[in-house]
Ligand binder design. Structure first.
Ligand SMILES: *[C@@H]1O[C@H](CO)[C@@H](O)[C@H](O)[C@H]1NC(C)=O
Ligand SMILES: *[C@@H]1O[C@H](CO)[C@@H](O)[C@H](O)[C@H]1NC(C)=O
Ligand SMILES: *[C@@H]1O[C@H](CO)[C@@H](O)[C@H](O)[C@H]1NC(C)=O
Length: 208
């Protein structure tokens, strides 16, 4: 009797499992105290085969069906509870197959680092292993930084904490072999790249 109940609970848990939930589509725009870049929308721009970074475009609200300006947040739902952080997604649309079918590759935002700089390029690439966990606080994009090592001592900590940081900058970067004014991430401290301008990244609902 007891084992039957346990088996039943186990089966229900396994069936519920962990699922991925994709948000409604949204646009992203930067806000900045620098009026040259304030209010510009972000567009996925070509940096190599199936590789993209996030370029600053115009201030005009993108038209609803512009794929390069359309992003999603993928969160996980586990036992009915949805996380408020996840992966920032852009869909790479491939050329239609011979049968005319449309194929997309769901690409999560990653950061591409350079050994000698604290400025990382925003990067969309298929099947990339390390993805920063991101979320929105009052529409402003943040990254979960874990662990927060700023209070580390020489003994094993009682707990590791994460912090929500928004070290976004618009910088001139080398993305693949392309030179773009693109959204960038500064790991810590002042940007090594002198062109970087501090920005916030704001979610704009497609229907808004
Ligand atoms: C994002 O979620 C959608 C819908 O569940 C899924 O098709 C897609 O593969 C997910 N992307 C990633 C990178 O996990
Ligand atoms: C504002 O950003 C532009 C474009 O990156 C740059 O040329 C300009 O120097 C910046 N202005 C200030 C006051 O930093
Ligand atoms: C969200 O942003 C507000 C400022 O807009 C800040 O006061 C608050 O601490 C943030 N909350 C989280 C959970 O990061």
């Amino acid at each position: 009797m007891k084992s039957a109940i346990i088996a039943g609970v186990f089966a229900a848990t396994a069936a519920m499992g962990q699922t991925i939930k994709q948000s409604e589509p949204f646009f992203l725009k930067v806000t900045s105290s620098n009026l040259t870049i304030d209010g510009k929308f972000l567009y996925s721009c070509h940096a190599g085969a199936a590789l993209q970074t996030l370029c600053l475009g115009s201030r005009d609200v993108p038209t609803t069906n512009v794929n390069s300006a359309t992003f999603y947040l993928n969160t996980t739902v586990y036992e009915g509870k949805e996380s408020d952080t996840g992966n920032l997604i852009w869909n790479l649309v491939l050329a239609p197959g011979a049968d005319g079918s449309q194929q997309i590759v769901s690409e999560p935002l990653t950061f591409q680092y350079t050994p000698g700089s604290n400025v990382a390029i925003t990067w969309f690439a298929p099947g990339y292993p390390t993805q920063p966990e991101v979320g929105f606080n009052n529409s402003a994009l943040f990254v979960n930084s874990y662990p927060d090592d700023s209070h580390f001592t020489d003994t094993y900590p009682e707990q590791f904490t994460s912090t929500r940081i928004s070290n976004w900058y618009a910088c001139w970067v080398l993305a693949g072999s392309y030179y773009y004014n693109a959204l960038s991430w500064v790991t810590a401290g002042a940007p090594h790249n002198p062109t970087c301008q501090s920005v916030s990244v704001i979610k704009v609902d497609v229907s808004a």
